[in-house]
Design a protein around this ligand. Structure first.
Ligand code: C2O
Length: 291
């Protein structure tokens, strides 16, 4: 565990993870442990049939978000505008910022679908280089009309194939893997230098999908959230499965983000430190057996 974790922050994160208030948390430790152990699994979308409850809930939540008024921070377009106006790129904040963005988006999906076991599915573009079929059904809210990719176009192996990914994951230096440092609480949208995961497959897949995905309003396309699910899964693979340490630089760990809203649309504040714990407490990937 990195240093700097306060009791207050741990409690807050655990209560978020377990979907209870801090009072409830203190009341039932066994129950909390059980909830953490059975936390929802983020699955490879290729393993899900179109009427799997996860895909159904994703459709329900997207429809609901699109129907919310613009005054609600959970509105679909407002969620994308967060990215346009305050995303963090080309620095060591790209991974935690997008992890937090997905975390709260997933919370909103749980709330609006009524499915507490919902976990955001991810698109593994290494093993399945075509945009998944569920995004091509024109009657579905997961369809997005302005992509330049087609149902049969494939991400080239030279961009996101197994060799490329293995080379990226083999880098064990956090700064070289994740991106260049920026100051504590930096809000710059474009830092001094991206890591190879961001500058390589990440950017190329935005361009490959095209349309809004090739712009900073990319979260308008429901594919975005599953693309970043894969990015986050690769960070979990690097950090947790392969046991490579994140930096313990306090300029990174103690940076907080105030860009997101919770499942009820209320603004929240979340630290980089809290994002490190999310895959242990709130969700896990189907590639992540233990912890
Ligand atoms: Cu903030 Cu894939 O982008």
């Amino acid at each position: 565990m990195p240093h700097g974790l306060t009791r207050r922050e741990l409690l807050k994160l655990m209560s978020l993870a377990a979907g209870v208030g801090v009072a409830g948390l203190l009341a039932g430790c066994d129950e909390i442990a059980e909830k953490i152990n059975s936390r929802p699994v983020r699955k490879n979308i290729a393993t899900l049939v179109p009427n799997d409850p996860i895909v159904v809930s994703y459709r329900t939540a997207v429809t609901a978000m699109k129907a919310l008024p613009m005054s609600d921070r959970r509105n679909w377009t407002r969620q994308a505008q967060i990215h346009l106006s305050v995303c963090r790129h080309r620095s060591w904040l790209v991974l935690p910022w997008h992890r937090a963005y997905l975390f709260y988006f997933e919370q909103i999906c749980k709330q609006l679908s009524g499915n507490e076991s919902f976990a955001l599915p991810y698109w593994n573009w290494t093993t399945h280089p075509q945009i998944p079929p569920v995004f091509w059904d024109q009657s579905s809210p997961l369809f997005h009309g302005n992509r330049t990719a087609t149902p049969t176009s494939s991400v080239p192996a030279s961009i996101a194939g197994p060799t490329v990914i293995e080379t990226i994951l083999a880098e064990d230096n956090f700064l070289l893997f994740a991106g260049d440092p920026v100051a504590l609480n930096s809000t710059t949208q474009f830092g001094p230098g991206a890591g190879p995961l961001e500058s390589g497959p990440h950017n190329a897949i935005h361009g490959f999908v095209g349309g809004d995905m090739a712009t900073f309003m990319s979260p308008l396309d429901p594919v975005f959230w599953t693309h970043h699910g894969r990015m986050d899964e690769l960070w979990v693979e690097w950090n947790i499965l392969r046991n490579n340490p994140n930096t313990n630089d306090t300029n990174w760990i103690n940076t907080t983000f105030t860009d997101f809203c919770d499942r009820n649309g209320a603004p929240v504040e979340i630290s980089v430190l809290a994002t490190i714990l999310m895959p242990y407490l709130s969700y896990r990937y189907d590639t992540q057996v233990t912890p």
